[in-house]
Design a binder for this molecule. Structure first.
Ligand code: TRP
Length: 475
């Protein structure tokens, strides 16, 4: 607990113990309400909750805020103290923080050595593309980049580039968070009118998970349907399974080998944390995720050109792969790929971790029915609201830790409407139940539309997207 203040509190309890007691009591009140328990029981639980809050304020001088543990200084907005001074965990396999607001992305930019997508860059993307920036850019959901200005400089001089993104097909079940990079990539493809390659790493999932090769390959094709349903143009998009494309493309494999020769075991140990007992497939896999960042891996699209620059939109946890790729690129005679990084899509339970398909309760799946969506949001979405209506009206809710509000920032298009919701929630005019209802009404039609689109994706179409072929561009 690092820097947490551990002073003596009421009855000898430390502030941290008091905080934990309070959090548990809040949970208890909520579950009693959900279970529609006896009114007397609910009231008694609320009474205790309110008493604990008074105690808490007496001891800490601060109002209790769910998800924000007590800090040493009386008034502190410093994230360092909020998450106990511990570093957030962000790598391709784990995302975790102690802060209910989620990962501290500004700190991550410093740690990873990337650059912030500031207003100036957003304005520039608008100017160069001639389009209103996507809401993910307007709202800082794509928040970090590498070399985006270089891509725009070249584009202004009529030099094209291409997009590369991917997905690890670990199951049939995709959730709404998985769509974020694809929704954004589709927008980039539309506004810049450029080729796109999408890597499905069925090999990676076989190496990392307890799955058969055939299952991973099947999941790749199933996931391709969800990706295609995002609206990609078949004339501008190549989707490939590593298991299929690696074996059929000499140029791709040559690039894999080039990368393999230029990265040592020590380097991948440092970047990915591999150990001596990891299978050698894992140790060499990063070269396979690097290869699509080089245009010569796709001679059918780029006619053998090796100098077309690549732009990779991805969640920030994939950055280690591309730090390695950028390190190797000049040594094997290729341009470094540029990157656009997104934040994580929070789990229903709170932004301490990202949505994960392996935890059904943390996720809204693309196959969920309107009723399932409603139930999950109502039951599991972590609320930044107060425990009682009276308190909420008086003190207002905290949108920064409220999962329903966070999801609306991803999916609600109208900036003014979203800002009004933020203000009304903060002031207490808008109640948690009302906020959740808005989210439910945003998600339901969105997911139903996705399901319709997916139904219209035939096996024939999947085959078309996944066949190596020239695209509608002249290189
Ligand atoms: N490793 C990624 C995953 O497990 C899949 C992936 C491959 C990817 N290439 C990519 C993601 C490029 C983003 C960009 O999800």
């Amino acid at each position: 607990l690092g820097t947490h203040f551990k002073g003596e509190g009421v009855g000898g309890a430390t502030t941290m113990e008091l905080y934990e007691q309070l959090t548990a009591q809040g949970d208890k009140v909520r579950s009693l309400k959900t279970a529609k328990a006896d009114k007397a029981d609910v009231d008694a639980a609320i009474q205790l909750l309110l008493k604990l809050k008074v105690d808490y304020k007496e001891v800490t001088g601060q109002d209790y805020k769910a998800g924000c543990p007590p800090s040493g200084t009386a008034v502190s907005n410093d994230r360092q103290s909020e998450n106990g001074g511990e570093e957030d965990t962000v790598d391709p396999w784990n995302v975790a923080t102690n802060s209910a607001k989620g990962v501290d992305y500004d700190k991550l930019i410093v740690r990873f050595g990337s650059s912030k997508i500031d207003q100036e860059l957003v304005d520039r993307i608008e100017k160069v593309s001639g389009q209103k920036p996507h809401r993910f850019l307007r709202r800082g959901i794509f928040f970090s980049h590498r070399d985006m200005n270089q891509v725009l400089d070249a584009y202004e001089k009529q030099k094209s580039f291409y997009l590369y993104t991917g997905r690890g097909p670990s199951s049939q079940a995709m959730h709404v968070g998985h769509l974020i990079p694809f929704v954004f990539t589709k927008w980039l493809q539309d506004v810049f009118d450029i080729p796109l390659v999408i890597q499905l790493t069925d090999d990676e999932k076989y190496l990392w998970k307890d799955l058969s090769l055939e299952d991973c390959h099947r999941f790749a094709e199933e996931n391709a349907k969800d990706i295609i349903a995002c609206g990609f143009d078949v004339n501008k998009t190549f989707i490939f399974s590593d298991l299929d494309y690696m074996g059929s493309s000499p140029e791709f494999y040559r690039n894999v080998v080039k990368v393999q020769k230029h990265v040592t075991f020590n380097q991948v140990k440092g970047i990915f944390g591999f150990s001596d007992s990891d299978c050698i497939g894992k140790i060499s896999f990063p070269a396979i995720q690097a290869a699509p960042a080089f245009s010569s891996s796709f001679p059918q699209i780029f006619k053998g050109r090796k100098d077309v620059q690549c732009l990779i939109p991805c969640a920030i946890d994939q950055d280690p792969y591309f730090r390695m790729t950028r390190d190797v690129a000049p040594r094997i005679g290729y341009p470094k790929p540029a990157l656009l990084h997104s934040t994580f899509f929070p789990a229903l339970q709170g932004a301490q971790t990202k949505m994960s398909a392996s935890d059904a309760n943390s996720s809204i799946f693309l196959t969920d029915t309107p009723k399932q969506i409603k139930n999950k949001v109502n039951k599991h979405a972590f609320s930044g609201g107060k425990d009682t209506i009276e308190e909420h009206r008086e003190q207002g809710g905290n949108p920064d830790i409220d999962v329903a509000f966070m999801y609306l920032t991803f999916f609600m298009e109208d900036d003014e409407q979203l800002e009004k919701i933020r203000q009304d929630y903060t002031s207490g005019i808008l109640l948690t139940g009302e906020l959740k209802k808005m989210l439910i009404e945003t998600l339901q039609p969105m997911i139903t539309a996705h399901q319709e689109n997916r139904k219209n994706v035939t096996d024939e179409m999947v085959k078309q997207f996944m066949t190596p072929r020239p695209l509608n561009f002249n290189f």
